[in-house]
Ligand binder design. Structure first.
Ligand code: GLV
Length: 350
């Protein structure tokens, strides 16, 4: 149960997850192998293949691409219990075709992610990282009437109400809207899959994305990464935004065309960006990190000890369900359970 590639353990965990999840596995008497225990190191594809080959359930993180090659290597693989709410690193179509159930960890990170979204919004509006750097670098000599002027978040002293645009009104988008209500903002939201929820909410008004863009002082993204949302915020849409607008992204990097974003920030099509995710994570588009009007974080939206513990626990419980041939608690491809491929797989050995 240590730093092995797989070694016949029931659950192959790609990188060390928080202790509460491991405790759940231990208490259930489930054997597990952790491939990578060092925080800064990833898992090589060869290690991933070897580990998946030797296990019954895979417990990956969003950092591992789970493609056909990985899934085909083990015909006895009973499930994939991802520790993340997003699952764009897993080829879901192939998983379903091969009869492999996949689960994620929704719900437990909603408030934590909405908090960080708000922290980014506030930090971007009030230039918090820039002012912090200035202070710790010993450059603060005298209070200045023009020092680090930002923008108001709620209704400013001029009485002008700010507009927040929310793209994606699932759990996290709705939790962000709840926070905005304390700031007296006008909140517009769009989500083709949650139109009814938007219309039923007292906190937001519905508007199509292209109508939100020219109105939003703050635009925040809360969509899953799919073919439909890849580069949803592209050059054309960035050009429709207000010149002082702040773009906030805690969803997935490829939802934004990052090269176009660098141009938008350099040429002043928008005012700033506050990002937790990147298109080619952990790489950033050339020039992004050098800009003055950005706040850049290393994908930490769900990073509180409590929430990461709950995510690990949820993933572990899903892994145990897979081992017991039960439905996942949080299935992302529930259609798989009706397939012959699933029945064959579950019936095979072990
Ligand atoms: C984090 O980005 C997650 O998907 O849980």
């Amino acid at each position: 149960m240590g730093n092995a590639a797989g070694g016949g353990a029931q659950v192959f965990i790609t990188r060390k997850i928080p202790e509460p999840g491991l405790a759940v596995l231990r208490e259930a008497g489930v054997s597990f192998a952790i491939c990578q225990s060092r925080e800064d190191d990833g898992v090589a594809n060869s290690q991933l293949l070897e580990g998946v080959y030797g296990c019954r359930v895979l417990l990956p993180l969003l950092t591992e691409p789970i493609d056909r090659e990985v899934m085909e290597i083990n015909p006895k693989l009973m499930g994939i219990a991802q520790m993340a709410v997003g699952f764009d690193n897993i080829d879901l179509e192939v998983a379903t075709e091969l009869g492999i159930p996949v689960s994620n960890t929704p719900g437990v990170l909603t408030e934590t992610t909405a908090d960080l979204t708000w922290a980014l919004l506030m930090a971007g509006a009030r230039r918090v990282p820039q002012a912090h750097n200035y202070t710790v670098q010993g450059r603060y000599k005298i209070w200045g009437p023009n020092l680090f002027l930002g923008t108001d978040v709620g209704t400013g002293a001029n009485g002008r109400q700010k507009t927040l645009g929310i793209v994606g009104f699932g759990r996290i988008g709705a939790a962000v809207a709840k926070r905005a209500s304390g700031f007296d903002m006008r909140v517009l939201a769009t989500d083709p899959y949650a139109r009814e929820a938007i219309e039923a909410s007292d906190l937001v008004e519905h508007a199509p994305l292209d109508e939100i863009l020219p109105q939003a002082d703050f635009l925040t993204l809360h969509v899953l990464l799919t073919e439909e949302t890849h580069h949803l915020i592209n050059e054309e849409r960035l050009r429709k935004m207000k010149p002082n607008a702040l773009l906030i992204n805690t969803s997935r990097g490829p939802v934004v065309d990052e090269k176009a974003l660098v141009r938008a920030l350099t040429e002043g099509w928008i005012g700033g960006a506050a990002l937790d995710v990147y298109e080619e994570e952990p790489e950033m588009a050339h020039g992004l990190a050098e800009l003055e009007n950005v706040v850049l974080l290393p994908h930490i939206a769900s990073a509180t000890a409590g929430t990461r513990g709950r995510m690990a626990t949820m993933a572990a419980k899903n892994a145990i369900a897979f081992l017991n041939r039960e439905k996942a608690l949080n299935p992302v491809n529930p259609d798989v359970y009706g397939t012959d491929a699933y029945r064959r797989r579950i019936g095979s050995g072990g």
